[in-house]
Every structure is written in structure tokens, then in C-alpha cells.
Write a protein that binds this ligand. Sequence first.
Ligand code: NDP
Length: 260
Amino acid sequence: MDLGLAGRAYAVTGASSGVGLATAALLLADGAHVAACARDADRLAAALDPLPRAGGARVHARACDVLDADAVAAFVDGAAADLGRLDGVVNNAGRSLMAPVAATTPEQWRAELDLKIFSVLHTVRAAEPHLRRSDAPAIVNVNAILARQPEPRLAATSAARAALLNLSRTLAADLAPIRVNSVCLGLIDTGQWRRRYESSGTDASYEEWSAGIAAERGIALGRFGRAEEVAHAIVALLSPRASYITGSSLDVGGGVARYA
Ligand code: NDP
């Protein structure tokens, strides 16, 4: 199916690895232009340069910390000027904080809210005027199953994820006809999990270690997800073909969710 993405332009935050990079790759392969940011410009360029691009698709890559409202505005405005339009935004940049309530400082609680909430508000504020000129504007917020199924060892991240899911529903109502949807991730094999493996001190291979976690968490499909499996869900929600879907969230968790 033609997703109708060719010639359109999408901004992806946190595009130098994992889910963001896989999303940028899929958009470029479908002929869409991509505006990409991350904090480390060299790593971003090294990740994006080799990606195949269909039908003259172009990349606008900039170093930008999504916590910095002015930098986000400069990135978004620069991207729209360079690419000539902006049809969508993928709010993906982030990480999680592994700590229970008792070990989470007030500064860490605030930092999690900054990363999960204010980063999204910064991009939305900057992108809204450009998106209003598109005939098929869309925002996808990358979230986590933690938003509905909190984990005590990820206390602040779970709470901030719940707030983002709530905010996404408000934005869908507020910004219409700009569509706003969420993808809620389970355990996805990206840099986040590779880093946890490296600091775990285990003698097991990464495959054995991750299969053990998948079993312990009761993931129905018995494995971590792949970044490109998430990217397909994100791109489907960005596509003009999803024209009547807004305010919704889609779990990409291999059956790890326990809620109805
Ligand atoms: P990765 O660590 O592979 O990639 C994170 C990306 O975000 C990198 O490009 C990183 O580049 C960028 N980034 C991080 N902080 C900032 C910042 N402040 N400003 C701009 N860019 C930033 O992560 P994943 O692909 O796994 O994660 C993508 C999203 O999915 C995150 O929001 C994550 O929390 C969420 N998620 C992931 C899950 C998983 O199991 N992998 C589960 C649930 C949610 P740089 O460091 O150069 O800035």
C-alpha cells in the first residue's frame, strides 16, 4: 500500500539510534524528507548518511537538545525552511530512569517531567504553525506501556509516561485537525537495553540475557521488539491513510501489557 508519504516532510527527535533512526530510515525509503535531531551531531550524521533515500528524499540534520526550547524552535523552523514544508513530528528523544520512589531525588522527578512533557510541548509549540499549512498534519508521541502499567523500579519514568499519555489526548482535542497519537512501547532492542546489558555484569550473551528478561516479564511473543517494528507503527500513524485516527494509542509490546 502506498502510504502517501513521498514528498512530505517529517521531523524526528532522537534520530541517531534505535526507534528514531529506524523511523527516519523508513520515511526516507518511502520518499519522505526527514528533519532529524539528537544532541551528538557527529553520531547523528554518521547514522543518517548511509541511509537509502527514495525519490529525492532529503535529510535536514541538526544537533538539538529537546530540553532547550530555543534550540527546538531553531531546529523546527530551520527544517521547515530547508525542506519547504512540515507535515509531521515524531517526539521520540528520551531515555528512562531506573530507580524506585525511595531512590529518586526531587531533581530527578523534575528532570523526568522535563524530558517527557516539556520536550514535547517545545516541539509542538514550534511545529504547530508549520503543521497548520499541511493538508495531512500528524504528531506521534513515542511513549511506553509503563504509562498504563507502572513499574516500581521505574517510578518517575512511569509517572511521567502517564502524564504524557494524558497530555497526548489533550493535544489531540486542542490541535485538531492536526492528528496526535501515541505508540506505547514494551521492551525494544535498542541502545537503551544494550547499555543495561553492558552494565549488568552478566556472563550470559546479550541474546540469553534478553530472552531471560522476556520470559520473566511474560512477553507473549517471547522476545524483545525490534526498532523497525516500532517504526512501522509510527509511520502508519503519521501517514495520511490514518486520516481518522487521533487521540489514540497503539501498544507495540509483543503482548507484555496486562491491562484490558
Ligand atoms: P536510544 O537510546 O537508542 O536512542 C535515543 C535517541 O534520543 C538518541 O538519538 C539520542 O541521541 C536521543 N536523545 C536522548 N536525549 C535527547 C535529548 N535531550 N535531546 C535530543 N535527543 C536526545 O533509545 P530508544 O530508541 O530505545 O528510545 C526511543 C524512545 O522510546 C525514548 O523516548 C525511550 O524512552 C522510549 N522507550 C524505549 C523503550 C525500549 O525498550 N527501548 C521502552 C519504552 C520507551 P543523543 O544521545 O545524541 O542526544
